[in-house]
Design a protein around this ligand. Structure first.
Ligand SMILES: Nc1ncnc2c1ncn2[C@@H]1O[C@H](COP(=O)(O)OP(=O)(O)O)[C@@H](O)[C@H]1O
Ligand code: SF4
Ligand SMILES: [Mg+2]
Length: 319
């Protein structure tokens, strides 16, 4: 049984000027200990998939389909029950660490609360465990710094505190939504390394949400490419990088900085992502795709498997 199975997930928002179709029939599976990257440009529906899984959609949003956690349906569960399951199984790290930390509480109080509440430790045990976790996250001088307030930490340190806090509950699944987007490259790499180490030690499964395919290689087993709230391509990271099948995936990969190329000429994909309020009838990528023809504009391509573990949604896939 997979740890997480998402089937035909749809998320829509009702707004004053119409319905926003943010997620349009997404399937995902995560095995215990596995790491999956969900990749796509801003607005492609990545965060809303995660919020639907966590039961954290905005008030004007609704979700349909199925989200099973260890075989149990959790989509649209009542708040209380969801909280219980969530705290035992899933933890989430968001992009902006400052909004997730309480500025008025010392780091020690924020970290130990997780342990005294969820793991029923005494305050002393909890403090020692929190210090151990901060040390594992390379926070210098953790024993004295744990008494400080969030504003006394750098952005990168705050993000590491959040990763540490997420791991303190020993979740079976960690969802990291753009965890390194606001950080510089060195700190990004450090956070990704710490996530990978924690995964190896605790056996935590990881869903890494990112608009930057560059951070995926070396950290994730599988990847899913999202566009217009739909999966365009999925498969093992190595295989997809070596031979992308979908023109959009190739566009994303071409935009990753490489040492053998001058970054000035980075070929970004021309054009803009589709408006989730006015999705086209056919392929959502058609307006930007060099291979698009009449059929692409009329008929929505289905996500089809073309090799074991790989699938793409395209009428004219790359060879
Ligand atoms: N509360 C909301 N009301 C209306 N539209 C929303 C709301 N939240 C998100 N959206 C829209 O849903 C789409 C997907 O958003 P999101 O999943 O956050 O994208 P990203 O891939 O950048 O994480 C976007 O078009 C966004 O504007
Ligand atoms: S279906 Fe057509 S428009 Fe869409 S990605 Fe494939 S070739 Fe391009
Ligand atoms: Mg997002």
């Amino acid at each position: 049984m997979p740890l997480l199975r998402v089937r035909n997930l749809r998320v829509r928002f009702e707004t004053a000027d119409g319905t926003v179709n943010a997620v349009n029939g997404v399937d995902l599976g995560v095995e215990a200990g596995q790491s999956i990257a969900v990749v796509g440009e801003s607005g492609s529906g990545k965060s809303q998939i995660m919020f639907a899984i966590m039961g954290l959609l905005a008030r004007n949003g609704s979700a349909s389909g199925s989200v099973e956690l260890e075989g149990r349906e959790v989509l649209n569960l009542a708040e209380e029950e969801l909280n219980r399951i969530r705290s035992r199984h899933i933890a989430m790290v968001f992009q902006d660490p400052m909004t997730a930390l309480n500025p008025y509480l010392r780091i020690s109080d924020q970290m130990t609360e997780v342990l005294t509440v969820h793991r029923r430790m005494s305050r002393r045990e909890a403090r020692e465990e929190a210090i151990r976790m901060l040390e594992a996250m390379d926070i210098p001088d953790a024993r004295s710094r744990i008494g400080q307030f969030p504003h006394e930490y750098s952005g990168g340190m705050r993000q590491r505190v959040l990763v540490a806090m997420a791991l303190l509950c020993r979740p079976r699944l960690l969802i990291a939504d753009e965890p390194t987007t606001a950080l510089d490259v060195t700190v990004q790499q450090q956070i990704m390394r710490l996530l990978s180490e924690a995964r190896a030690e605790q056996g935590t499964a990881l869903i890494l949400v990112t608009h930057d395919v560059g951070v995926v290689a070396g950290h994730c087993d599988e990847m899913v490419v999202l566009y217009g709230g739909r999966i365009m391509e999925s498969g093992p990271v190595k295989a997809v990088f070596a031979a992308p099948r979908h023109p959009y995936t190739r566009g994303l990969l071409n935009a990753v900085p490489r040492l053998d190329r001058d970054d000035e000429d980075l070929p970004a994909i021309p054009g803009d992502p589709p408006d989730a309020q006015r999705l086209p009838a056919g392929c959502p990528f058609a307006q930007r795709c060099p291979r698009a023809d009449e059929r692409c504009r009329r008929v929505l391509p289905a996500l089809e498997s073309f090799a074991p573990g790989r699938a793409a949604a395209c009428h004219h896939p790359l060879a």
